[in-house]
Design a protein. Structure first.
Length: 215
């Protein structure tokens, strides 16, 4: 059973690092902008599978526009994200996928944490309650970190909705100069976390990333 509080704190710390860059902060931001990372070249229908220690268990295939479609093994979960993608399995078991190229003011993150449904049922914890607990941990961890960074976060509940067989909750707002969106999902198998940090929330790429996520 994964410690979801520990996982959310880990994700919150990652988010804060990415957000600092998106807000134009960080001592090396100017240096990063002067670098020319370029775009990862499109390669013909290449499939990549990672199962080694430290690698996330998934398959990754090419998608239009230089994006990748990620399918998490053992689940029906899929999503699309621009390349290059940093895919890792953290020590606590959380899967983490991050798109954050050098010099960019946008980042996309997907976090996946397994769920012990049998344990939740014995405790009388419903899917809705599990989602609320998970979301609160994610949001509070990020708010604490952003406040420590003096970024004056203003993040509000947008609403609840369903995606396929998953229940979800969305929060959006401003942190520093950046717009942020957090969407948390729950299924019988897992708890999910999506984060978008951008200065252009109406970008078609933002919509594509969010809409592509299928728990």
């Amino acid at each position: 059973m994964i410690d979801h509080k520990k996982a959310s704190c880990t994700l919150g710390s990652i988010a804060a690092i990415l957000l600092l860059a998106a807000c134009g902060g960080g001592a090396d931001q100017q240096q990063q902008q002067q670098m020319n990372p370029g775009q990862m070249p499109m390669q013909g229908q290449q499939t990549q599978q990672q199962q080694a220690p430290g690698g996330a268990p998934h398959t990754m295939t090419d998608a239009p526009g230089g994006w990748k479609k990620v399918s998490i093994m053992g689940t029906s979960t899929t999503f699309e994200m621009p390349a290059p993608i940093d895919a890792q399995q953290l020590p606590d078991g959380t899967l983490r996928y991050v798109y954050k190229p050098q010099g960019s003011k946008v980042s996309y993150t997907v976090g996946v944490s397994s769920r012990n449904l049998e344990s939740d049922r014995k405790k009388g914890v419903t899917n809705e309650q599990a989602l609320e607990i998970w979301t609160d941990q994610i949001i509070q961890a990020n708010l604490m970190t952003f406040n420590q960074m003096k970024l004056n976060p203003k993040i509000d509940l947008v609403g609840k909705f369903n995606v396929g067989n998953a229940q979800s909750i969305q929060y959006s707002g401003k942190v520093g100069k950046a717009d942020v969106t957090y969407i948390c999902y729950v299924t019988d198998l897992a708890l999910y976390y999506l984060e978008v940090i951008t200065q252009n929330p109406q970008s078609p790429d933002v919509k594509r990333f969010i809409d592509s996520f299928k728990p």
